[in-house]
Design a protein around this ligand. Structure first.
Ligand SMILES: Cc1cc2nc3c(=O)[nH]c(=O)nc-3n(C[C@H](O)[C@H](O)[C@H](O)COP(=O)(O)OP(=O)(O)OC[C@H]3O[C@@H](n4cnc5c(N)ncnc54)[C@H](O)[C@@H]3O)c2cc1C
Ligand code: FES
Length: 252
C-alpha cells in the first residue's frame, strides 16, 4: 500500500559530482518499503505537477534514504533541499525483489542504479558478491562492504576492472546462482543475455520514464513475453508490475 505523506528532510550530502544523498523522516513509508521499491517525490513548484520516481536506497525505522543524480529541473530542486524542509512523498510504490532466495547471489549496480542495490544487499540473507560499475567517480562502495565482497569496474580504469560489470565477472571469474541488477539499459540487456547463456536466474530493475506512477496512464510500459491481464497486450507497467522483473519476462 502506498501512502502520501509530508516527510521532513533530516540531512543532505553531496556524495559525488552531481549525486546527492538525502535522509527523510516519514510516518509509514520507510517502515513499509522493501528493496527494489521506489517513491514519488513531488516538486514544490506547481509548474512541475508530475512527481519524480526515486528508488529507496535504504530504510532505518521511519527514516528513508534516497540517493539520486541531479539531471533536470526536478532533481535539481531536490538537490537544494535543506534540513527541516517539508517534502510531499508518495510510496512505497512498485514490486520489489523477492528476498526468499538463499542461493549464492551476484548483485550488480551500474551508475545511478547502484543506490537501490544497497537496500537489497542489506536485506538479502545469502552469500553475496557485489559488482559495482561506475564511469569514474565512486560513491556508496564502502557501505556495500558491510554486506558482501565488493568488486568495482570503471569505464576509465581508474579503479578495479577497466570496463563494465560483466568485464569484472570475466576477469575475476565470479559466479553465482542468481543475478540481481539495476543500471542503464545496455547493462541490463547484457546481464539478461548473460543469464540466458549461462542458465542463471536473473532479476532486473527497469527505470522507464513515468507520469502517474500508479498504474493508470500506461506511459511506463515495457514489452513483455506474456499478455498482460490489464492492457490485454504484451506489455507490463513498470510502475506497478515492476520495476523489478524476472529478466526472462521482459523484452529489453
Ligand atoms: C522506478 C524508478 C526509479 C528511479 N530511481 C532513481 C534513483 O534512485 N536515483 C536517480 O538519480 N534517479 C532515479 N530514477 C530516475 C529519475 O526518476 C529521473 O532522473 C528524474 O525523474 C528526472 O527528473 P528531472 O525533473 O530532474 O529531469 P527531467 O527534466 O524530467 O529530465 C532530465 C533528463 O533525465 C531524463 N530522465 C527523465 N526521467 C527519467 C527516467 N525515469 N529514467 C532515466 N532518465 C530519465 C530525461 O530524458 C532527461 O534527459 C528512477 C526512475 C524510475 C522510473
Ligand atoms: S507511470 Fe502511469 S502507468 Fe506507470
Amino acid at each position: 500500500m502506498a501512502y502520501r505523506e509530508t516527510a521532513t528532510v533530516i540531512s543532505k550530502d553531496k556524495i559525488a559530482g552531481d549525486v546527492y544523498d538525502i535522509w527523510f523522516e516519514t510516518e509509514k513509508i520507510a517502515q513499509e518499503a522493501v528493496p527494489g521499491q521506489f517513491v514519488l517525490v513531488y516538486s514544490k513548484d506547481k509548474a512541475r505537477l508530475l512527481p519524480r520516481p526515486i528508488s529507496v536506497c535504504l530504510t532505518e525505522g521511519n527514516k528513508l534514504r534516497l540517493v539520486f543524480r541531479a539531471v533536470g529541473e526536478g532533481t535539481k530542486e531536490f538537490s537544494e533541499f535543506e534540513t527541516g524542509d517539508k517534502v510531499e512523498i508518495q510510496g512505497p510504490v512498485g514490486h520489489g525483489y523477492d528476498l526468499s532466495n538463499k542461493k549464492k547471489a551476484l548483485i550488480f549496480g551500474g551508475g545511478i542504479g547502484i543506490p537501490p542495490m544497497l537496500n537489497l544487499a542489506k536485506e538479502l540473507d545469502c552469500e553475496k558478491q557485489i559488482v559495482l560499475g561506475y564511469r569514474d567517480e565512486l560513491f556508496l562502495n564502502e557501505e556495500f562492504e558491510k554486506y558482501g565482497q565488493v568488486y568495482i569496474a570503471t569505464e576509465d580504469g581508474s579503479c578495479g576492472t577497466k570496463g563494465n560489470v560483466l568485464n569484472a565477472v570475466d576477469e575475476l571469474g565470479l559466479d553465482a546462482d542468481v543475478l540481481y541488477a539495476c543500471g542503464p539499459m545496455p547493462m541490463l540487456r547484457a546481464i539478461k543475455n548473460y543469464a540466458i547463456a549461462h542458465d542463471k536466474e536473473a532479476y532486473i530493475s527497469l527505470e522507464e520514464k513515468m507520469a502517474c506512477g500508479m498504474g493508470a496512464c500506461l506511459s511506463c510500459v515495457c514489452k513483455s513475453k506474456e499478455v498482460d491481464g490489464h492492457s490485454k497486450v504484451k506489455n507490463k507497467r513498470v510502475c506497478t508490475e515492476g520495476p523489478v522483473f524476472d529478466a526472462r519476462e521482459v523484452e529489453i
